[in-house]
Design a protein around this ligand. Structure first.
Ligand code: AHR
Length: 515
């Protein structure tokens, strides 16, 4: 009788663990560092859209009780400094190809107003302009990435903008800059040559855009680009491989430093679903879109390899992230959405993809930094909260400028409605101080994953870790409960006999440090 009961218990135990736990295996080649993971992969994006700039970054100097420096919120600056934001893209997005930078300089009271036709039809008073943005980047410690208007602006406008912000000598533009209070140039390296030229940037065809690109890029620099600016061609919409092919074929390599790619994790453009109240089925579909980034990066990179085998031109994923229906009651043109553990999963898996393809992906910009789409920060009056996405990006910043370590994972499956995705993704790097970091994500909403990695070529005496997890997939940080989801110390990993074993709870992100 006793024997029968024990057998029955053992059977039940193995059934329960098969149902709630799964094993993934893999190899970490800790002794063979590869490409440098550019810190610019951890970039952000700030558009004149909804409450991203106004209310988000900028509250103005007057008539506000919110502590600020030249109108920029101090709480936001501190949070973004902690995040180590390496680059910030501005002023759009679709807004960029309607933006006339000369309207945003000089005395604020005299600046002309415009209508933000793409985003809610609101009046833009141009109170946040070039000086405000570039000075703010200095406060944050981020490099600016200016998206130039080639949709409705002239070649002269763009050439003047480059001269205004970068030229050290005397010129009409630099005299204007000095008259507006800035003597030293800002030396802006990153420049977008239009945005989504296939859509809101002008509905162009790739052949036409490449010619236009060549013209604008010519006047932004000189033949040999002695000003060393980094020009990014407006890139493909997701899987439009013909766009990349045409650009790479038509634009000489000495005229382009980066080619962009935009891809959002959206279930269905006409029915995006709620940002918080979603089913596991919707979550799974979002993750299918997020993981599709791997295939996109591989295919676009293969096309670039044909024309640029030495990988001189970077693939710049300057818009990515989750996109859902706007929060009920908010302006539909403002794209305000909450941010749950689903977004943490998108962030962790996408950053792993970028890290693992860092030989070609050398910049990326999450859309968008504050109060828009997959934001890292949400604000409400004088309150500010950090989203789960913020915490993932902060945990992962250990990879910035570190050398990639090859990590292969044979993952267990995450199965929903008969469809499957790899549950576990990861990436690893070694930094300049010799510390190895391994970031792992388990997207499975139900099952724990035991990840067993064989570590080749590294000798370590300490292992520490941090985890981001929560009780429910749909959990989020709110203004009432801002610290519900936060990184915590992780004790679920062991390192012994060349094996790293990690127990990843369902829908969790873990970053390990080994020294
Ligand atoms: O990020 C929101 C919008 O999405 C951007 O303005 C545009 O480039 C893209 O379509």
């Amino acid at each position: 009788m006793m024997k029968k009961t024990i057998l029955c218990c053992l059977f039940l135990l193995s059934f329960v663990s098969a149902t709630f736990s799964q094993t993934s295996t893999g190899v970490l080649q800790a002794g063979t560092p590869k490409s440098t993971i550019s810190r610019f992969i951890y970039g952000h994006f700030a558009e004149h859209l909804g409450r991203c700039i106004y209310d988000g970054f900028y509250v103005g100097e007057k008539n506000t009780a919110i502590p600020n420096t030249a109108g920029v919120r101090n709480d936001v600056v501190a949070a973004l400094r902690k995040l180590k934001v390496p680059v910030l893209r501005w002023p759009g997005g679709c807004f960029a190809d309607t933006y006339h930078w000369k309207d945003g300089i000089g005395p604020k009271a005299k600046r002309p107003k415009m209508v933000n036709v793409w985003w809610g039809g609101v009046t833009e008073d141009n109170s946040f302009g070039t000086h405000d943005f570039l000075n703010m980047c200095e406060l944050i410690g981020a490099e600016p990435y200016l998206a130039a208007n080639i949709g409705s602006g002239t070649v002269q406008d763009v050439a003047d903008w480059v001269n205004y912000v970068n030229f050290p000598g005397e010129s009409p533009m630099t005299n204007l800059r000095k008259a507006n209070g800035r003597s030293k140039p800002w030396n802006v390296r990153f420049w977008g040559v239009g945005n989504e030229a296939w859509g809101c940037g002008g509905n162009m065809k790739p052949d036409y855009y490449s010619d236009l690109y060549r013209k604008y890029a010519t006047f932004m620099s000189d033949w040999s680009n002695t000003s060393h600016i980094f020009r990014v061609a407006s890139g493909a919409n997701s899987a439009d491989y013909n766009w990349t092919e045409t650009l790479m074929k038509n634009i000489p390599l000495h005229m382009v430093e980066g080619v962009a790619l935009h891809h959002y994790s959206v279930i269905n453009w006409s029915k995006k679903g709620d940002a918080v109240n979603y089913s596991e089925d919707e979550y799974f579909k979002t993750m299918q879109q997020a993981l599709f980034m791997d295939s996109l990066v591989q295919h676009h990179s293969a096309i670039m390899d044909k024309y640029d085998p030495q990988k001189k031109v970077a693939l710049v994923v300057d818009e990515w992230g989750g996109w859902y229906d706007v929060e009920k009651g908010s302006n539909p043109g403002f794209l305000y959405q909450q941010n749950t553990m689903r977004d943490a999963m998108i962030a962790g898996t996408t950053l792993n993809i970028f890290n693992n393809h860092s030989d070609r992906v050398r910049m990326a910009n999450l859309a968008q930094a504050i109060n828009v789409l997959q934001a890292v920060i949400l604000t409400k009056g004088n309150k500010m909260i950090l989203t789960p996405t913020y915490h993932v990006m902060e945990m992962y910043n250990v990879h910035q400028d570190a050398r990639l370590l090859p990590l292969t994972i044979r993952s267990g499956d995450y199965v929903v409605s008969g469809q499957k995705l790899p549950a576990v993704s990861g990436s690893a790097s070694v930094d300049s101080l010799g510390r190895t970091h391994v970031s792992l994500v388990n997207i499975d909403a139900q099952k724990e994953q035991t990840v067993s990695l064989q570590v080749e070529g590294g000798k370590y005496s300490t292992l520490t870790g941090r985890i981001l997890q929560s009780g429910k997939l749909q959990d989020y940080n709110s203004f009432e409960n801002p610290a519900k989801i936060q990184p915590a110390v992780f004790n679920g990993a062991t390192l012994a006999g060349g094996a790293l074993n990690v127990k990843l709870p369902p829908f969790s992100v873990v970053v390990l440090e080994m020294k």
